[in-house]
Design a protein around this ligand. Structure first.
Ligand code: MLT
Length: 265
C-alpha cells in the first residue's frame, strides 16, 4: 500500500492506494478516515483500490467552507482526473454513500458499478438536523473525542464491543484524531444533503448493497428497502457487524466486495 497526496482545486487530498487493474474508489464514513478500508486495500489486490480522505478529514486539507456533499463528490471526480481514471467502481459507507449518490447525480459517467454500505438515501429529518447542530456545538466545546463517547456505542455491534478490542481501538483512534473543523464541516454537509431517493430507480450500473446485520444506525430493514428500489441490486448482510462492517468483519466484507467485483469482469 502507498500513501500519497494530490492537489485537487483548493485542497490537497490524502489517499491510500494498493493493487493494480481496474479502479475501485472507497469512501469512508463519518467521523472516520481512509483507515477504515485498510483490510480491503490489503485483500483486493486484483483491483486498483484507492481510498481518499474526504476534505477536512484524516490527512486531507479542509479548504474553503462551507463544505457540501456536492463538493466532496466533485473532489472525488477531480481525484479520478488526477489519477487518469475514467470510470471506476465507487464504494461508499454511510457518509461515503451520500457522496456516492452525489457522484451519481453530478458525475454519472464516472461510475462503472456501485457498492453502497450501511447508508441511506433519504435526507435528514428535522430531529436528525437538530441532533447534528447539537453535535457541532459539542465538538466545538469538547473536541472530536465527544463523538466517540456519544456515537461509539451505536457504531459497532455488541459482539465487536465484547470480542474485538482491536477493532474498537482502531475506531476510537480514528474518531479521536479526526480534525474538529473537518468534523464540523462534515456534520453540516450531512445535515444539508439532498434527498437521493429519486435517484434509486434510475441506477443502471451493477450495484451491491452491504449492511451489518446488527447495524443500529442504518438498520438492515431500512438498507434492504433501499436495495429493493435499485434494479438488480445484490444484497449481502454481514453477520456480527454493526455500522462498520469493513472494520468489524474485515474478511467477510472483503470477500463480499471481491465476489461482487468478479461479476464485473
Ligand atoms: C456515517 O457512518 O458516515 C454516519 O453514520 C453518517 C451520518 O452521520 O449520517
Amino acid at each position: 500500500m502507498v500513501s500519497r497526496r494530490v492537489r485537487v482545486g483548493d485542497v490537497e487530498l490524502a489517499y491510500d492506494a494498493a493493487g493494480s487493474g481496474a479502479a475501485v474508489v472507497l469512501l469512508h464514513g463519518f467521523p472516520m478516515d481512509r483507515r477504515l478500508w485498510e483490510a480491503q486495500l490489503a485483500g483486493l489486490g486484483e483491483w486498483w483500490c484507492i481510498a481518499p480522505d474526504l476534505r477536512g478529514l484524516g490527512g486531507s486539507e479542509l479548504g474553503r467552507r462551507p463544505v457540501t456533499m456536492m463538493q466532496y463528490a466533485d473532489d472525488v471526480a477531480a481525484l479520478l482526473d488526477a489519477l487518469g481514471i475514467g470510470r471506476t467502481v465507487v464504494c461508499g459507507l454511510s457518509l461515503g454513500g451520500y457522496v456516492a449518490f452525489e457522484l451519481l447525480r453530478r458525475h454519472p459517467d464516472r461510475i462503472r458499478a456501485l457498492i453502497l454500505s450501511d447508508t441511506r438515501a433519504e435526507a435528514d429529518s428535522a430531529d436528525a438536523r437538530r441532533a447534528r447542530d447539537e453535535l457541532v456545538e459539542a465538538v466545538g466545546r469538547e473536541g472530536s473525542g465527544v463523538l466517540f463517547d456519544r456515537m461509539g456505542p451505536r457504531l459497532l455491534s455488541p459482539g465487536t464491543w465484547r470480542a474485538a478490542p482491536q477493532a474498537v481501538k482502531r475506531l476510537e483512534r480514528m474518531v479521536r484524531e479526526a480534525p474538529p473543523a473537518g468534523v464540523t464541516a462534515a456534520l453540516l454537509a450531512a445535515r444539508d444533503r439532498a434527498d437521493s431517493r429519486d435517484l434509486l430507480a434510475g441506477i443502471n450500473v451493477p450495484t451491491l448493497v452491504l449492511v451489518g446485520a446488527d447495524d443500529a444506525i442504518t438498520p438492515p430493514e431500512a438498507v434492504l428497502e433501499l436495495a429493493e428500489r435499485i434494479r438488480g441490486a445484490r444484497v449481502v448482510r454481514i453477520a456480527g457487524a454493526g455500522h462498520m462492517p469493513p472494520l468489524e468483519r474485515p474478511e467477510e466484507t472483503t470477500a463480499a466486495i471481491g465476489e461482487f467485483l468478479r461479476t464485473l469482469r
